[in-house]
Design a protein around this ligand. Structure first.
Ligand SMILES: NC(=O)C1=CN([C@@H]2O[C@H](COP(=O)(O)OP(=O)(O)OC[C@H]3O[C@@H](n4cnc5c(N)ncnc54)[C@H](O)[C@@H]3O)[C@@H](O)[C@H]2O)C=CC1
Ligand SMILES: O=C(O)C1=N[C@H](C(=O)O)C[C@H](O)C1
Length: 232
């Protein structure tokens, strides 16, 4: 594949390394104030930038008829607008709050656990996420997807950041040096606690998943999810 990298920070650089090792070519890179290469040569774009710049980057790909895989978090209130533009332009788009295969399996485990816990009203569900101190958004996109997975399958009706309340899933967001991404779901009663955790040891899992998504998307039209990419 000929890949455009929109965003060349921690994720852009990790994707470049793994994509080149897998035999792909990077034909374009863009950062906050610099670009190199030619976007129009790309078969597919992979976008990991900032909450403020993601929409313009994705739209630029639709305008150039380039399928786009986006992992940037923190802009999701505008996702419906972006999907509308994708449809109007007959474009190709995959968004995931987390591209790691392990986290996508964890998303399914979370839904199954929520179904199992639904009748047991003595347990309160909560989520904790821990990330590196440079992270701009809180809670993480992954924590929001996990909360949505619980809400679809449990009595909890909403989530909030650092606020406890009946029927509300409390998400706590911690920032510690060098943590790549740790997510824990906890069901606590007065008697005991049940918890499941996913801990990323490196960013390679996110990057590999984004490359798998790009391989899937490069010759398709429409809007897809990681569930479809991974067949889970
Ligand atoms: N979905 C997933 O699997 C994952 C998502 N993320 C998300 O991806 C995003 C990026 O994460 P990192 O690479 O760790 O952040 P980072 O801060 O290391 O890199 C972001 C880069 O975007 C660049 N940038 C700023 N304005 C830009 C513009 N207009 N066009 C292109 N690039 C621009 C910045 O210069 C910076 O180098 C964050 O929103 C993060 O939450 C991170 C890891 C996995
Ligand atoms: O910013 C990060 O680093 C990460 N962001 C994503 C998120 O917000 O969920 C995915 C992963 O946890 C790493």
């Amino acid at each position: 594949m000929k890949i455009a990298l929109l965003g060349y920070g921690k994720m852009g650089k990790t994707i470049e390394k793994l994509a080149v090792e897998a035999g792909h070519t990077i034909v374009y890179k863009s950062g906050s104030s610099s670009q190199s290469g030619n976007l129009k040569l790309a078969n597919v774009a992979i976008e990991f930038s900032t909450p403020e710049t993601a929409i313009a980057n994705i739209t630029q790909c639709f305008e150039n008829n380039i399928p786009v895989v986006s992992g940037t978090t923190g802009w999701l209130s505008k996702k419906a607008d972006v999907e509308k533009i994708c449809k109007e332009r007959n474009g190709s788009f995959i968004y995931a709050s987390n591209f790691s295969v392990g986290v996508n399996l964890f998303f399914e485990l979370n839904k199954q656990l929520a179904k199992l816990m639904k009748p047991w009203k003595e347990y309160t569900a909560s989520i904790e996420e821990i990330h590196h101190i440079e992270k701009k958004d809180a809670p993480s996109g992954t924590a929001i997807t996990l909360a949505e997975g619980i809400i679809e399958n449990h009595d909890s009706t909403n989530w909030s950041l650092d606020k406890k309340g009946d029927g509300v899933i409390n998400i706590s967001a911690k920032r510690e040096p060098e943590v790549k991404g740790t997510h824990t779901i906890e069901y606590m009663s007065q008697i005991d606690t049940i918890s499941i955790t996913h801990e990323a040891h490196t960013r390679d899992g996110f990057a590999k998943g984004a490359i798998i998504a790009a391989e899937f998307l490069q010759d398709k039209k429409g809007i897809f999810s990681m569930k479809e990419v991974l067949g889970i």
